[in-house]
Design a binder for this molecule. Sequence first.
Ligand SMILES: [Zn+2]
Length: 320
Amino acid sequence: MTSLSDDEPIRSSPSFPTVVLADVILRSSDDVEFRMCKGMLAQASPVFAETIARLSASDAEKGVDERVDDLPMIPVAEPAADLELLLHFCLPRAPPDISDLSCAVRLLESAKKYRVEWALDCARAAFVQLAEDEPIRAYAIACRLNLEDEAREAARLCLRIPLATLIDSEVEEIGDIGAKAFKRLLVYRQTCASVVVGRIASWAWVDALCIAAPDTKWLWFSDGCCDKMPVNRTDYTGRREVCKKWWDTYMKGVAEKLRSCTWEGAVSSRDGLQHFLRSKNCYLCRAGAAEHIDQFTENLRAEIAAQISTIPYVFDPSLP
Ligand SMILES: [Zn+2]
């Protein structure tokens, strides 16, 4: 056991609360001390529990090489900012909000290392929420840190961004990942777009919709009431059915949007209604148009999300 010399810089974090009856000190890699209770640490983290159990061993085996105010000092590899954030999750009080993506990732890493489950759950939830605003950055960070689940989630959120925006992205972190990791994202996008567009353009999907609601008389099928020039719509299987022209135009627009941004938010019932209102229509169709198009859009969104969920994003930990 050694003592710290007087000139060795040990500081406390001004933003960390005073812990009553502290009986152990954690020291960050940049020499900031955090006074904690052994019981709190052991309860929150099995890793800290093991370290603390070693403190109870004989002096020669303590693994503690310094004491301050007669308290055992445990040095850790994390800098103060990361350690402090993690320790907030070991206190009996609400932890701070995580409002920054790099903060969420740093917490993810330390929570995994020390197996602080609550912090891990909060960090994952924060990552997903923040990745919605910065999916490209989130993807790059997750790939660089080898975080498989987070990379997958970020790749899914990147589907919402037009391809041109993705390619032109000036997100700094994108430079941290290799060309192969970026290509993997592009391949995933391409697969999602191809599968989703093929599915929603197919008559098989419309069949499924009709089977699910057998009593509904969908207004895009021509029954001669108003559209006198229906079109033959052919899907990728070669199946041909007659439908109203406005709906065919609308669905072509939907496919175009989904090729660029493949996610359920790319389609809206307003678009469908606008196409209908611009078409020649009759009072019979107008009466149920808004409800039909809302119902159709809701099903369309669910189908897009369901199709995307079937497409695997293959994570390769060997790629940076
Ligand atoms: Zn009509």
